[in-house]
Design a protein around this ligand. Structure first.
Ligand SMILES: *[C@@H]1O[C@H](CO)[C@@H](O)[C@H](O)[C@H]1NC(C)=O
Ligand SMILES: *[C@@H]1O[C@H](CO)[C@@H](O)[C@H](O)[C@H]1NC(C)=O
Ligand SMILES: *[C@@H]1O[C@H](CO)[C@@H](O)[C@H](O)[C@H]1NC(C)=O
Ligand SMILES: [Zn+2]
Length: 505
């Protein structure tokens, strides 16, 4: 299979690396496919093969033995990007070959081809859009992907809506005049491929399920960022955490670009003006992606709101029995089974921080409490109470609480954190004596809950990931559990039609 799949690190797991590699012949096929051995030669001398294996081992950070040992075969089997790592003879033509030929091998870095644009100001244009993301979501993802590179180099990118552009991004299905070897193969397998300068094209498989979620699907931002690297002249990097690494890696919390990506692009295009290298971390990006997803697509591309995909920051219920669900910069209201669109958090609660960790409504004072990091906010309606946000510490509370709820039997606020829970007196704003106590008091509840609330009638509901637990304060035990998106109609994850004929739990 002669596919040039440029997958982001995250996506390479989808790549169909042909049959498992266990024989020398299969290993040779692998070496040919990824450019370590020249294909046009029917047979290769032992020395050629050994040298190719060495090159592969070096690039893959394995002991350079020249033999097909266990770790080498394992590495060949592992999920990876389908684009060639090496070799001068590939369908792209523009490929810089000198780096990989013979003994020059170790003298140069790998992450550049030698071909580069001879200008710093490049234009790009998105030619068409995938089906399951809105154009504005795609625009912001692509813009951010370009920014990732321009923030660390002397490059400046400008988006064009019309006319010729230096770099063109397009979605195609199947064969698209790149040669049969470059035909896309439907969902999975090849996701995208790109060309080195100066062709300036990146192609994406239209039949993939493109998303901007960090949790599932093929992340368009990461694939695009990897592709752009190729269009700028970067080849695969031997550095494991590099964005340009051919191997599958998870998006961590750290920088998306490694020193290797940055050095490579700076060798071609210099440092950014002002010399201040700005780059985004995976953690910051995950937040950004949640918001792209939500703001452009309040219902997450389906009939249910975005949080129904399995995570929210906090949940509570206000004086009128309206359920409030919080996620990132947004919140939703659910009342009588009807869920609102995603609403900006600061619109309703000015000065509140985004991505809160816990929220609870106290019927004692009709106030809404929010917790995040080291601070507590308290609102009367939409008005932040004087003196807030307060330091959690000053109330005797821990930082980063997991969930908070009003507990009717005590007439107090309960806050969970780790293996302990705290009981807060909302009137005195202090933790009651003898607390914190061990979470074991709440038999059967797990640690690390996402949220909790009290429903009319006094039953408590606790949430963690997709699971909920119903706690009966009368019996002091859990009386139900299950998947909240399916079982709890009042959480707003049922489509309007499925509501009919069901009781609201
Ligand atoms: C093909 O094999 C011949 C003879 O072994 C060798 O001289 C030549 O360099 C090889 N061609 C390539 C492209 O490796
Ligand atoms: C680029 O830098 C700016 C600050 O100069 C920052 O706000 C932005 O998040 C950075 N973008 C990326 C993708 O790193
Ligand atoms: C609760 O309902 C009352 C009257 O029905 C309304 O005035 C008030 O705004 C509602 N409060 C909230 C927080 O929605
Ligand atoms: Zn690649």
């Amino acid at each position: 299979m002669e596919m040039f799949m440029l997958l982001s690190a995250l996506l390479c797991i989808q790549t169909a690396v042909s049959s498992p590699i266990s024989t020398a012949a299969q290993a040779q096929g692998f070496l040919e496919r990824y450019g370590y051995l020249h294909k046009e030669n029917e047979s290769h001398s032992t020395a050629e093969v050994k040298s190719a294996i060495r090159e592969f081992q070096w690039l893959s950070q394995l002991p350079v033995t020249g033999g097909l040992d266990r770790v080498t075969l394992e590495k060949m089997r592992s999920p990876r990007c389908g684009v060639q790592d090496a070799g001068s003879h590939n369908a792209w033509g523009q490929r810089a070959s000198s780096i990989f030929i013979g003994q020059h091998l170790r003298k140069k870095r790998y992450t550049q081809t030698g071909e580069k644009w001879h200008k710093r100001h490049l234009t790009y244009r998105i030619m068409n859009w995938p089906r399951n993301l809105s154009p504005s979501q795609v625009n912001v993802a692509v813009k951010t992907a370009f920014q990732l590179w321009s923030n660390v180099s002397g490059l400046i990118f400008q988006e064009l809506q019309h006319g010729p552009a230096d770099i063109r991004l397009a979605f195609f299905e199947g064969e698209h005049n790149d040669g049969t070897g470059n035909a896309f193969d439907g969902p999975g397998g090849a996701l995208a491929h790109a060309f080195f300068p100066f062709r300036g094209e990146a192609h994406f498989d239209m039949s993939e399920r493109w998303t901007l979620s960090s949790l599932k699907g093929h992340n368009l931002f990461l694939v695009t960022a990897h592709e752009i690297g190729h269009t700028l002249g970067l080849v695969h990097s031997p550095v494991r955490h590099a964005l340009m690494s051919p191997y599958y890696k998870k998006m961590g919390s750290n920088s998306l670009l490694s020193w290797d990506d940055i050095t490579a692009v700076q060798q071609l295009y210099g440092k950014p003006a002002g010399d201040s290298v700005q780059h985004l971390t995976g953690r910051a990006l995950r937040w950004a992606m949640r918001d792209w997803q939500i703001s452009q697509d309040p219902k997450g591309g389906s009939l249910t709101p975005h949080y129904c995909q399995g995570f929210f920051d906090a949940v509570t219920m206000d004086v009128n029995g309206t359920v409030l669900v919080f996620q990132g910069h947004h919140f939703w209201t659910v009342s009588n089974g009807r869920v609102s669109d995603a609403l900006p958090l600061q619109m309703r609660w000015p000065q509140l921080s985004s991505a809160i960790e816990a929220a609870a409504f106290s019927p004692l004072d009709s106030k809404l409490y929010f917790f995040k990091g080291r601070r507590v906010w308290r609102y009367s309606g939409s008005v932040l109470d004087p003196g807030f946000p307060m330091k959690s510490h000053d109330l005797g509370l821990p930082n980063h609480p997991e969930c908070a709820f009003f507990y009717q039997p005590l007439g107090r606020m309960v806050i969970f954190r780790g293996s302990q829970y705290y009981v807060l007196n909302p009137e005195s704003l202090s933790v009651e004596p003898y607390y914190p106590r061990a979470l074991q008091d709440w038999k059967g509840l797990p640690r690390g809950l996402n949220g909790a609330l009290t429903r009319p009638g006094g039953k408590l509901y606790f949430f963690k990931d997709q699971q909920y637990w119903r706690f009966d304060p009368g019996k002091l035990r859990i009386t139900a559990t299950g998947r909240w998106t399916k079982r709890l109609l009042w959480i707003g994850c049922h489509t309007p039609t499925s509501l009919q004929g069901n009781d609201i739990l």
